[in-house]
Design a protein around this ligand. Structure first.
Ligand SMILES: CC(C)(COP(=O)(O)OP(=O)(O)OC[C@H]1O[C@@H](n2cnc3c(N)ncnc32)[C@H](O)[C@@H]1OP(=O)(O)O)[C@@H](O)C(=O)NCCC(=O)NCCS
Length: 157
């Protein structure tokens, strides 16, 4: 089955919420609501990339560019479509769009212990900071937030 990446908009909110409902473990409260997504999609510098597997939305990445700094706000892949490179492809597209828009760095924040950290390291991000007890899970447990970053200047060489 081929995977296509498309740049989306608030018109694609149903596809985003389809992925959101499946990808994020409710134990960690990391999923965004429909209105949070629609709110951010209306802001300047925010873009959405959706990965379609056939006609099915398999994953998405939501990102933002402010001046020369970009941030990967949220990335998720439905469990049925994992470990075949969809998130990697979404990150590569995000890097490309961020750099084209003038970003020199791409940042993200992730809960300590999230297995997505392996994905980010493999994609080339490095840890630059840690916020103690930043996330609160559904059971009240606190988790640190890690800040990861990637220098995009290598794309200009
Ligand atoms: C994290 C997530 C986006 C990865 O999506 P994916 O499409 O399966 O990722 P990829 O197939 O591109 O993985 C690339 C590499 O990342 C690493 N990786 C990805 N998921 C991993 C996991 N669960 N455990 C360990 N390593 C993992 C592996 O090195 C993998 O390469 P490999 O499959 O050859 O071993 C997906 O598991 C997800 O949606 N998780 C829940 C949402 C979430 O936590 N998002 C991140 C915070 S916003």
């Amino acid at each position: 089955m081929t995977t296509r990446l498309i740049e989306g908009s608030s018109a694609d909110i149903d596809a985003v919420m389809r992925v959101m409902g499946d990808a994020f473990d409710p134990a960690f409260g990391e999923a965004w609501t429909r209105s949070q997504c629609l709110g951010i999609l209306g802001l300047p510098g925010v873009w959405l990339t959706i990965a379609y597997v056939g006609e099915e939305p398999g994953g998405f990445a939501l990102s933002r560019l402010v001046a020369d700094e970009a941030e990967l706000l949220l990335i998720g892949v439905r469990s049925a479509f994992r470990r075949v490179g969809i998130a990697t492809a979404l990150i590569e597209r995000t890097i490309q769009i961020a750099a084209t828009g003038g970003a020199i760095r791409l940042h993200l924040e992730v809960r300590a212990g999230n297995s997505a950290i392996n994905l980010y390291h493999k994609a080339g991000f490095t840890e630059i900071g840690r916020r103690k007890s930043y996330y609160r899970g559904a059971d009240g447990q606190l988790y640190d937030a890690l800040t990861l970053s990637m220098d995009l200047n290598f794309l200009k060489q």
